[in-house]
Design a protein around this ligand. Structure first.
Ligand SMILES: Cc1cc2nc3c(=O)[nH]c(=O)nc-3n(C[C@H](O)[C@H](O)[C@H](O)COP(=O)(O)O)c2cc1C
Length: 334
C-alpha cells in the first residue's frame, strides 16, 4: 500500500514521524529512527537558556585563562566569539541532514524574543527541513491575563515566520481556554503545521520520600483521546497540516488519528517503551488495517471520521451527558 503523504509541504514516505525525544539527541539515534521507517525525525528541543548557560561557562573559563597566562591573550578566542550560539545543536542538525534521507525537523524553545528569530534562522542555515516551535510556557503569575499569554505566542510564530523560509510548525498546549480560536490564530499567523499536543512536565509529590518529583513519564493510549478530539474538529478548517502527538502505542492508535484527520502521527513513548524498530510494527499494522478495511490508499481513510464541524461541541455535550448517565446506571462496570 502506498503510504506516502505530505506534512508541512514536505513529501513523506509514510505518516509516522518521530516526535522530539532523546532518541534523536545524537546521530546514531537519528539514523536508527530513519532506518526503522520513521518518515521524518523531530530533534529534541534546543533550549535557549542552556545555550546561554554554556556560553556563560565558556566566558568564565576564558576570563580565568586570560588572568592566569598573559600570553593566552593571543590564542584565546575574543570574547565576542563567545556570544550565545547553539554550536552543538547546529552541528547535529548539519550532520543529521547529511546522514539521512528523511526530513530532519529542528525543535526550538526560547525565552527571549530575539532568541526565537535568531536561533530559527541559524537552524535554517544549518539545514533543518522545518522547525517545530515548542512554546513551553505555563504562566504561573496570576497577574498575566490569558489574552496576553496568547498574544505573546502568536507574536513568536509571526517573528519566526518572518525570519525563515522553511516551514514552521507549532506544538500546541492543550491548556488554551479556547483552543479552536488559538488554532485558527496560529493558522492565520502563518504556521505551516499544528502539533497536538505538547506534553508538559507536571511535578508531583511523593508522600513516602517527602519529596517533589519531576519527570515526563511515558504516555498511555488514553492520552490520545484529547488530541484526537481536537484534530477531528480542526481537520478541514485550517490550512496548516495537522500532526497528532500523544498516546500512540499500536497501529490502531495510528489508524484512529488518521481517521480523525491527522496528516501525520508522531510517536515518542512507544519508541522509548519498546525500541525505535517498533515503527515497523506500527507501519506494518497500519498497512494491514488499511487493506483489511478495503481502503486502497491512505487518503481514502484520512479524515473519514473527522467531526462534522464546530457544532461537534453539541454532540460532545450530548455524549458527555449520556456517558454520565450510563455511569450512574453502573454500565461503565461492564
Ligand atoms: C523523555 C521525553 C523527552 C521529550 N523531549 C521533548 C523535547 O525536547 N521537546 C518537545 O517538544 N517534546 C518533547 N517530548 C514530548 C514528545 O515529543 C511528545 O510530544 C510526547 O511524549 C507525547 O507523545 P507520546 O505519547 O508519543 O510520547 C519529550 C517526551 C519524552 C517522554
Amino acid at each position: 500500500m502506498d503510504l506516502s503523504c505530505r506534512y508541512l509541504g514536505l513529501e513523506l514516505c509514510n505518516p509516522l514521524v518521530a516526535s522530539a525525544s532523546p532518541i534523536a539527541g545524537g546521530l546514531d539515534g537519528i539514523v536508527r529512527l530513519a532506518h526503522a521507517g520513521l518518515a521524518a525525525v523531530v530533534l529534541p528541543s534546543l533550549f535557549e537558556e542552556e545555550v546561554r548557560r554554556e556560553a556563560a561557562q565558556d566566558a568564565a573559563a576564558w576570563a580565568a585563562g586570560r588572568d592566569s597566562f598573559a600570553e593566552s591573550l593571543s590564542y584565546f578566542p575574543h570574547v565576542d566569539d563567545l556570544e550565545p550560539h547553539p554550536r552543538r545543536y547546529l552541528s547535529l542538525v548539519e550532520r543529521a541532514a547529511a546522514a539521512v534521507r528523511v526530513p530532519v525537523i529542528a525543535s526550538l524553545n526560547c525565552v527571549t524574543a530575539t532568541g526565537w528569530a535568531s536561533y530559527a534562522n541559524a537552524l535554517e542555515q544549518a539545514g533543518a527541513a522545518a522547525i517545530e516551535l515548542n512554546i513551553y510556557d505555563l504562566p504561573a503569575d496570576p497577574a498575566i491575563s490569558g489574552r496576553e499569554v496568547e498574544d505573546q505566542h502568536i507574536e513568536i510564530v509571526a517573528a519566526v515566520k518572518a525570519a525563515v523560509g522553511i516551514p514552521v510548525a507549532v506544538k500546541l498546549s492543550p491548556y488554551y481556554s479556547s483552543l479552536g480560536e488559538m488554532a485558527l490564530r496560529f493558522d492565520r499567523a502563518g504556521a505551516d503545521g499544528l502539533v497536538l499536543f505538547n506534553r508538559f512536565l507536571h511535578p508531583d509529590i511523593d508522600p513516602e520520600r517527602l519529596a517533589v518529583t519531576t519527570g515526563f513519564g511515558l504516555s498511555s493510549p488514553a492520552d490520545g483521546r484529547l488530541p484526537r478530539a481536537w484534530i477531528s474538529r480542526l481537520a478541514g478548517r485550517v490550512s496548516a497540516s495537522l500532526a497528532a502527538s500523544g498516546g500512540v502505542d499500536d497501529a490502531a492508535d495510528v489508524a484512529a488519528y488518521l481517521l480523525a484527520g491527522a496528516d501525520v502521527v508522531m510517536t515518542t513513548s512507544a519508541l522509548l517503551r519498546h525500541h525505535p524498530e517498533h515503527a515497523f510494527v506500527l507501519l506494518g499494522g497500519l498497512d494491514d488495517w488499511l487493506a483489511r478495511k478495503g481502503f486502497t490508499s491512505l487518503a481514502e481513510a484520512r479524515g473519514l471520521l473527522a467531526s462534522s464541524g464546530w457544532a461537534g461541541a453539541a454532540e460532545d455535550r450530548a455524549g458527555y451527558v449520556g456517558s454520565v448517565r450510563a455511569a450512574d446506571r453502573g454500565e461503565w462496570l461492564r
